[in-house]
Ligand binder design. Structure first.
Ligand code: V47
Ligand code: SF4
Length: 388
């Protein structure tokens, strides 16, 4: 990069910029310096160097749907707008799907070219390891080609504890029944004091990391998330990313990092203002620069909205996920931009093209399935496949 555009910036930022250009890892202190820098153009420029080095001009999406078996949860995270306690199961917003309802959901996508099902939900006291293992086995019977990405470390810790098996034994059972990978949820913020304040009763930081490490050792890849924009400071975000970067050095099992913006509707932290779009873009950019051993940074558009998803692609993001239907309630209940998110494949592809990027359909582990550069949408089939 020609530093001339940014030569007014302090020397320490020039040094970081040179490191990024030279493909060198930046330190936690340097990560904090980037967060403290208010020159968004500079951060965008640097993060784009990393993004394009790793993924060129491509932006990935996939075709998946969510199953959320229940929102009944034994835990009580302060930021959660979605869960209901077992004693609130009569609340009109509480649900518990039956096995048959879940299989019907899978059958409903029978003739659609979906590649992944994402299964997560509340931690229900009655839905245990063997129940879920059997559920996955039956889903795979209906749709053997479907990649099953299921259960956050929070759900897994509870399942294994109740079944009295180690994390590795529990994951092995799930793998044998057809689970392919783990989503990134439940990470929240790793700093133990903050975790204790916002979600004190669920799996600890050490357990979250241990579960993902065990999964990687069994050949099950996973994602990682970070909930930001609440009571944490920049040093906590860097501490969170550092712990993930260290584990990734050890196992190489993470596919993608997904920063999740705290949304403040209908939860116990509603008094905290949501951060600005500028802060979202800064967070994507610093994540992209700091997490040098993660190949992908995902912006989950149903949560941040379409416009920020477009902008984010100039701040390090190379993946915008691909939930079909309004099949996830986690964000709509927390006040996300898209209350009833719906996008056709055509609209999704155009969203990427308008951002000046190349839309690539991928599978869960980033095998490229289709380049949409020259695709002209004529058939109704293509139009309705991805309905967000
Ligand atoms: O762990 C809950 C977050 C996560 C709020 O792996 C909130 O591909 C913001 O992890 N404001 C679950 N966030 C969702 C998740 C996820 C989503 C999409 C893709 C993948 C993947 C993973 O949702 C929770 C928590 O961090 N969350 N409440 C809220 N009020
Ligand atoms: Fe339960 Fe997850 Fe909500 Fe926490 S974030 S209360 S674990 S559903």
């Amino acid at each position: 990069m020609s530093t001339s555009l940014f030569e007014h910036l302090p020397e320490e930022l020039q040094k970081i910029s040179q490191k990024v250009i030279d493909n060198q890892r930046i330190s936690p202190e340097e990560g904090i310096q980037l967060f403290e820098c208010d020159e968004l153009g500079f951060l965008g420029h640097l993060s784009n160097i990393v993004r394009e080095r790793k993924n060129g001009n491509k932006t990935y999406f996939n075709r998946n749907f969510h199953i959320e078996p229940t929102n009944i949860c034994v835990f009580d995270c302060k930021f959660c707008s979605y869960s209901r306690l077992i004693r609130e199961r009569d609340d009109y917003q509480a649900w518990e799907l039956s096995e048959e309802e879940i299989y019907d959901m899978v059958r409903a996508y029978e003739n659609q070219p979906i590649t992944e099902v994402h299964i997560v939900g509340g931690v229900h006291p009655k839905m245990g390891l063997h129940y879920f293992a059997n559920l996955i086995k039956n889903i795979k019977k209906i749709r053997p080609d479907l990649h099953v990405k299921a259960f956050t470390a929070v759900e897994l810790e509870y399942m294994c504890r109740k079944a009295k098996v180690s994390f590795k034994e529990g994951l092995k059972i799930l793998k044998e029944h057809g689970q392919d990978s783990l989503p990134g949820g439940g990470a929240e913020i790793f700093d133990e004091d903050l975790r204790n304040e916002i979600c004190k009763d669920k799996c600890t930081t050490a357990q979250w990391l241990e579960i993902h490490e065990a999964a990687h050792e069994l050949g099950m890849p996973s994602n990682a998330t970070m909930l930001y924009g609440h009571i944490e400071k920049y040093e906590h975000r860097i501490d969170h990313m550092l712990r993930l970067r260290n584990l990734q050095d050890k196992t190489g099992g993470f596919n993608t990092f997904i920063p999740l913006k705290f949304r403040n509707k209908q939860n116990q932290m509603s008094d905290i203002d949501e951060v600005s779009i500028i802060e979202d873009l800064k967070n994507y950019a610093v994540s992209r620069i700091f997490m040098d051993n993660f190949n992908h940074i995902k912006a989950y558009w149903p949560m941040i909205g379409r416009k920020t998803a477009q902008l984010s692609q100039s701040y390090g993001v190379d993946d915008i996920d691909g939930t079909i239907d309004d099949s996830t309630k986690i964000y709509s209940m927390a006040g996300a931009e898209d209350q009833n998110p719906t996008l056709t494949t055509e609209q999704l592809v155009n969203l990427v093209k308008e951002s000046g990027r190349t839309p690539i359909e991928r599978d869960t582990v980033y095998n490229e399935l289709k380049d949409y550069t020259d695709v002209i949408f004529e058939s109704d089939d293509n139009k309705k496949v991805l309905t967000y």
